[in-house]
Design a protein. Structure first.
Ligand SMILES: O=P(O)(O)OC[C@H]1O[C@](O)(CO)[C@@H](O)[C@@H]1O
Length: 503
């Protein structure tokens, strides 16, 4: 079944069920409260408040099967060339497990194990040193994943190292960070897959000069030669990455060194094990009971069936406040495409705008619009069952708000006063982790990775390239001399703005 036929039939399914109010769908089939849910090891997900019924779900799973989703998953794990525009595999799964019998995947897994032993050696060296603080310099996939995992898993009191992140090229970020650190007790990790990223090169130079001692400078890159040459870093302080791992899928590699330094290598390997558990579920479970497939098809239903323009991720755990930042790159840099694998135009919309924040704060910022605005925004609500903070009354309040918001979004509330009426019908998925641990976070992030991939399969697009980020970089490099007054800009508006910036 081609993707345009899939989308045409999807719209017919929506025509059959899409206009039924969500509260009515639920009232007509109360068993869906239990049936539209999956428990996959530490991750529970309820789709019971999504605007589809059993027949629509059956159609969605059949459409995914017709798109050869299970075959495409096997291709991913086996290291086939799924990144067709760059002629590469996407073997982030090999970084955390060896579920594939293919030579390519097994070779990749061996390389990943070697890199992990290199990580352990670096951690042992730094642990035996006077270093107390680590500055991780990187951006995008070389920053967002490690930053999320360190924030989520570091616990209330820091471990052996305090880990800090520097991503933005704005010098204020470096100035404010370094003001509070001692160069004699700090080590820096320069993380860049290409080692050609302007922000990381400029910030790396600041750290090199500030440290004053290159012996505490490390680099993680798929281009270790360039890293070594650019900063005079010897091989023992260069850790590898590979072109068969996408940047936004790389936190499971030595890019995760900041995570391992913050929580310990054993906990980092638990993080990998959690992802590997989810991998096994996704690879081996038939689509109708497959969590990543169910999540992906719900996203397709909301995007292509119901036409929603955005998707929110609302983490009801303060330790997951960076989750939406991380998912924005994972989802939108993977699925923000408008041409199919063969270069022809897609048949319908692809990724909506993903955004989000942390509950309960967001209830006091944009929830008014979500409840009474004219745009319906489907949302993933993510909670954690076990509290690790000693304030049970706060945790009960947190859970009460999580449950209340998803119920109010779905059911709304009538009123004689139109200003106080809630339309309801706002769909949501509720995801609950048993506890926030390295394993459960690894499993959750792997689920999102596979949901992204299965959405790309449904749309027939490449989830693993990102040519759309190149133009901005090219224009910025052209404008650098103009900002120094050594050249002029071609564009008239840019020329006027340059005059302002040059003062
Ligand atoms: O790790 P690098 O090569 O510095 O790239 C950083 C980020 O920049 C991008 O290439 C573009 O945003 C991302 O895909 C990548 O994660």
């Amino acid at each position: 079944m081609s993707d345009d036929v899939r989308l045409h039939e999807l719209r017919a399914e929506v025509g059959r069920v899409g206009i039924t109010p969500l509260a009515q769908l639920i009232a007509a089939d109360p068993a869906r409260a239990a049936d539209f849910a999956l428990q996959v090891w530490p991750v529970y997900a309820s789709f019971a408040r999504q605007r589809y019924d059993r027949a629509a779900l059956d159609w969605l799973f059949r459409a995914a099967a017709a798109a050869h989703s299970e075959r495409r998953l096997r291709a991913l794990f086996d290291g086939e060339t799924v990144n067709v525009t760059e002629g590469r595999a996407a073997l982030h799964t090999a970084l955390r497990g060896d579920l594939s019998a293919s030579d390519t995947a097994r070779a990749a897994h061996r390389q990943a194990l070697e890199a992990r032993s290199r990580m352990r050696a670096v951690i042992e060296t730094l642990t035996a040193s006077e270093v107390t603080d680590i500055v991780s310099v990187g951006i995008g996939g070389s920053d967002l994943g490690p930053r999320l995992a360190v924030d989520a898993l570091s616990g209330a009191t820091p471990g052996r190292f305090r880990v800090h992140f520097l991503s933005n090229v704005d010098g204020h970020a470096a100035q404010r960070l370094l003001a509070g650190l001692d160069p004699k007790r700090t080590a820096a990790l320069l993380i860049s897959k290409t080692f050609g990223t302007q922000e990381t090169l400029l910030n790396g130079a600041i750290l090199r000069d500030w440290l004053g001692d290159a012996s505490r400078l490390y680099a993680i890159s798929a281009n270790v030669e360039r890293a070594g040459a650019a900063f005079g870093i010897p091989p023992e302080r260069l850790l590898p990455m590979w072109d068969w791992v996408g940047g936004r899928y790389s936190l499971w590699s030595a890019v995760g060194l900041p995570i391992a330094l913050a929580i310990g290598m054993d906990a980092f390997e638990d993080f990998l094990a959690g992802a590997a558990q989810m991998d096994a579920h996704v690879l081996e479970t038939p689509l109708p009971r497959n969590l990543a497939a169910w999540h992906a098809l719900t996203a397709v239903w909301n995007r292509n069936g119901l036409g929603y323009a955005t998707q929110a991720v609302l983490a009801y755990d303060d330790r997951l406040k960076l989750l939406s930042n991380y998912l924005q790159q994972l989802v939108m840099e993977s699925l923000g495409k408008s041409v199919r694998l063969d270069g022809s135009a897609v048949a319908g919309d692809t990724v909506p705008v993903w955004w989000g924040g942390v509950g309960t704060d967001t209830q006091h910022s944009f929830f008014q619009a979500l409840h009474q605005g004219t745009s319906i925004v489907p949302a993933d609500f993510i909670g954690v069952v076990r509290a690790d903070a000693p304030y049970p009354q706060n945790h009960r309040a947190l859970h009460a708000n999580l449950l209340a918001q998803t119920e109010a979004f779905a059911n709304g509330q009538a009123s004689d006063d139109p200003h106080r009426a809630y339309a309801g019908g706002r769909p949501s998925t509720t995801i609950l982790l048993d506890a926030l641990t390295p394993q459960s976070l690894g499993a959750l992030l792997a689920m999102y990775e596979h949901s992204v991939y299965l959405q790309s399969v449904f749309w027939g697009i490449n989830a693993f390239d990102q040519f759309g980020v190149e133009l901005g970089k090219q224009v910025a490099n052209k404008l650098l001399p103009a900002l120094a007054g050594d050249a002029e800009a071609d564009d008239p508006v840019t020329r006027e703005l340059l005059r302002k910036l040059r003062g």
